[in-house]
Write a protein that binds this ligand. Structure first.
Ligand SMILES: C[S@@+](CC[C@H](N)C(=O)[O-])C[C@H]1O[C@@H](n2cnc3c(N)ncnc32)[C@H](O)[C@@H]1O
Length: 404
């Protein structure tokens, strides 16, 4: 059989760089393992296949009917693009649900970043796959912890770490334990006027992130202010302009359109919708776990009808110049490596979707110093709050930003 052309795979639309590849040694170990055990394609499920390397290598090897779940919208697009490029088809994409797992006897998993995400996946496999399922989970040795074995051990009787190869390691989990009546996720937590609901893979779980809290305060949406139409003031006490959407109405006639870009559990979008019943609020995230969490958060706070939640990469489906206000708490980690390209992509997305004169509110770790980049990509940028850890800025979309 010819070698699978891994190097032809691309990460697009995800960040691409010379030191970032669309496959890793763990993918290769998982593929070798699957080819070695001889389970037919329709009984194989793949979870966490970043850019499609596992699914496509197995499909190319003649295993038809593989089911795959990818959390990220960008990963789903990369898989489709890579499949088209290589002329491969015959696999099926699913959410993390019964359709993905029913009857599966081999589940291949790229270990997720968080233990909570692993717990939700391990539970789903033990709950929904065939009774004799074998879960083969793999990762880079430097990112693996004993806690991952413990999490797997809560749902599987046998958990056997394998010898490391090429700096990656597989863990083989089998003999699922009986599962409790209710799955462990989503979890729910109340926060002074806001209930957050989180699936395992959502940023900060059901906690309110401190950066998010600082941004909510600046917007006049913190704590008991959630149910009032707060008008925020900058450090210099200046009132925000009339048409910034703080009343939920722009120019006295149409509802303001507000976008929570990278919404996670939806804390910003739902807080905004609670305080501004007139506003049209959209929440978007590239993570399916985040999208499911934000929808559940909107429902838990009674605003499901007023918050549209979309699974999309960098707001690609939102028309140019169509949004009045963007709220953004950007990521600064890309997978497990620190890489600011992920935040830059969202600044560029904000620049694209904002109308001229529209506002971007961003919170970030003060050490990151994004202000110059925001000014360059969006327009005039002022610091509206700084705590020892976080900075909140307000950028006004200029008609002609320097660089977009
Ligand atoms: C720091 S978290 C903030 C979550 C939420 N807004 C909050 O304040 O709690 C950043 C979020 O951005 C999302 N994200 C990262 N890159 C993205 C992209 N290219 N498109 C859409 N969402 C993205 C992540 O999945 C994550 O949920």
């Amino acid at each position: 059989m010819p070698e699978f052309p891994y190097s032809r795979l691309r990460r697009w639309p995800d960040v691409e760089a010379d030191n970032l590849q669309a496959h890793d040694a763990t993918d290769l170990l998982l593929v070798d393992r699957a080819l070695g055990v001889g389970v037919p394609g329709p009984e194989i499920a793949v979870i966490g296949d970043d850019y499609g390397a596992i699914t496509l290598a197995l499909t190319a090897a003649g295993l038809d009917g593989i089911r795959v779940h990818q959390d990220l919208a960008s990963g789903r697009r990369a898989l489709r693009r890579n499949a088209d490029e290589l002329g491969l088809s015959g696999f099926h994409s699913h959410e993390l649900d019964a359709e993905l797992l029913s009857g599966a006897r081999l589940v291949l998993l790229q270990l997720p970043k968080s233990l909570a995400e692993l717990e939700e996946i391990a539970d789903a496999v033990a709950r929904g796959a065939a009774p004799d399922v074998v879960l083969v989970a793999g990762g880079r040795v430097k990112h693996m912890t004993l806690a991952q074995n413990e999490v797997l051990g809560r749902r599987f009787t046998q958990v056997q770490p394998q010898r490391a190869e090429r700096k990656s390691r597989l863990i083989v989990a089998s003999e699922p334990r009986p599962v409790p009546a209710d799955p462990p996720f989503p979890v729910t937590a109340p926060h002074d006027g806001l209930t957050l609901v989180a699936h395992g893979g959502a940023f900060a779980g059901a906690r309110l992130d401190i950066g998010t809290r600082v941004l909510l305060e600046v917007l006049g949406l913190g704590g008991s202010q959630l149910l009032e139409n707060g008008v925020s003031r900058g450090e210099n006490g200046s009132k925000r302009p009339e048409n910034d959407g703080s009343s939920g109405v722009v120019n006295g006639d149409r509802p303001s359109r507000v976008l929570d870009l990278g919404c996670g559990t939806g804390a910003l979008a739902v807080s905004y919708a609670l305080a501004h019943p007139e506003a049209q609020v959209i929440a978007t995230d590239r993570s399916a776990a985040a999208v499911a969490s934000a929808r559940a958060t909107a429902a838990a706070n009674g605003v499901a009808e007023r918050v549209v939640v979309t699974h999309d990469d960098a707001a690609s489906e939102i028309p140019d110049g169509s949004v009045d206000v963007v709220l953004l708490n950007p990521p600064f980690h890309l997978g497990t490596s620190v890489h600011t390209g992920a935040a830059t992509r969202l600044f560029q997305a904000a620049a694209r979707v904002l109308r001229s004169g529209g506002e971007l509110f961003t919170v970030y770790n003060s050490s990151l110093g994004y202000r110059a980049e925001l000014a360059r990509l969006i327009g005039q940028t002022e610091q509206v709050k700084r705590t020892p850890k976080f900075t909140v800025t307000r950028s006004i979309r200029s008609a002609e930003p320097v660089d977009s």
